[in-house]
Write a new protein. Structure first.
Lengths: 159, 193
């Protein structure tokens, strides 16, 4: 019945309730009770803050700056950049790994068999490969740091 | 209130650097936000402090308001979260929906004050007092629906619950309010009729 009073009931429910209100005295009594509560609620007063409230808020916000929208912090280019950086690292590692494999030896050609033939210790013990990875990671982190610092400065200037 | 300016126009002005325009939003929503806060924290001083914090936060993050919902819905969400965080920080117990014990004292006080209340014939005053006897969850949902002019979907968004849960909670809150009014204000209701 609350939904009927709030105007949220469906057309079918509305017809059903209207029929019940006309035919059943008990329903009519209940409806009047709820209607009274509803009208009292609508007439309820709001609590009001002190007279100085708006002034206090305005004094407080005078010391504040509007922060740039969150969306601006999460720049899609950064996400793409990081993604591409790591994917290229993985792909280069895979290419190097597969290039080290001896595809001609062995009778079986299943992927599992071929993978077993890869000498991973050879790949990761190679000083040049390790150095390549380390330099790439460090350079990547430096680039990311520089990019984020620039963005931060830009935001501060805008704010 | 500004003549003809809606919330989005005021927000756009504020974002363009017209800080003073924000006062219009504060004026417009201060009572709604304050009422919501007082229903949760039950103290005028704390509610005023929280309400002020709500408007400062809303100003600071105004650029994040994208207009996908009503400004009031966004503001009440901040108000509700800030009030609840305040209670958690103060380690006060937030009464659960079914915990009536916490408010037994309030009910008893209301009983003692019945004579005084009987003198206050104002309908509005009586309902406000009855709402204040409800637990914070019930009082907040009634406030949002009747005074905050929020739909059930918007209330669900503000409170972080499902629309159906909001509907059930509103129904329970109204039933409890009706019981309180029948218990403590039955004479006044009759007098007013």
């Amino acid at each position: 019945m609350w939904e009927y009073i709030d105007g949220l009931s469906s057309a079918e429910e509305k017809i059903l309730i209207e029929n019940l209100l006309q035919t059943q005295q008990e329903w009519g009594k209940k409806y009047n009770e709820l209607l009274e509560v509803n009208s009292l609620l609508t007439s309820a007063e709001l609590d009001a803050p002190s007279m100085r409230f708006t002034k206090n808020v305005m004094e407080e916000i005078a010391k504040q700056h509007i922060a740039p929208a969150t969306k601006s912090y999460i720049n899609k280019n950064i996400i793409w950049g990081i993604g591409i950086f790591f994917i290229s690292l993985i792909v280069s590692a895979l290419i190097y790994g597969f290039s080290q494999m001896d595809w001609s030896s062995g009778g079986s050609n299943t992927i599992a068999d071929n993978l077993q033939k890869v000498d991973f210790s050879k790949i990761f013990n190679n000083t040049w490969v390790n150095a390549f990875f380390v330099v790439n990671i460090i350079l990547g982190l430096f680039l990311l740091d520089a990019y984020l610092s620039n963005k931060k400065k830009k935001f501060r200037k805008e704010a | 209130m500004s003549a003809g300016f809606n919330d989005n126009e005021i927000i756009s002005n504020v974002l363009k650097g017209n800080q003073a325009a924000y006062a219009e939003l504060v004026e417009k929503y201060s009572s709604y936000v304050f009422s919501l806060c007082i229903k949760v924290v039950r103290s005028r001083e704390d509610a005023e402090e929280i309400a002020q914090d709500v408007f400062v936060k809303a100003y600071k993050y105004l650029a994040d308001f994208k207009g996908n919902s009503k400004f009031s819905t966004w503001l009440y969400t901040i108000a509700n979260n800030t009030a609840i965080s305040f209670l958690r920080k103060r380690k006060l117990n937030v009464a659960s929906l079914d915990n009536e014990k916490v408010f037994e004292t309030a009910d008893m006080n209301a009983g003692h004050n019945q004579v005084i209340m009987a003198e206050q014939k104002s309908k509005a005053n009586m309902v406000t007092k009855a709402i204040n006897m409800l637990n914070p969850d019930d009082a907040a949902i009634i406030n949002l629906f009747y005074k905050g002019e929020q739909t059930l979907e918007e209330i669900a968004m503000i409170l972080g619950i499902e629309t159906n849960t909001a509907k059930v909670r509103l129904h329970r809150a109204r039933t409890r309010l009706k019981e309180k009014m029948e218990t403590y204000f039955s004479h006044e209701v009759k007098d007013l009729n």
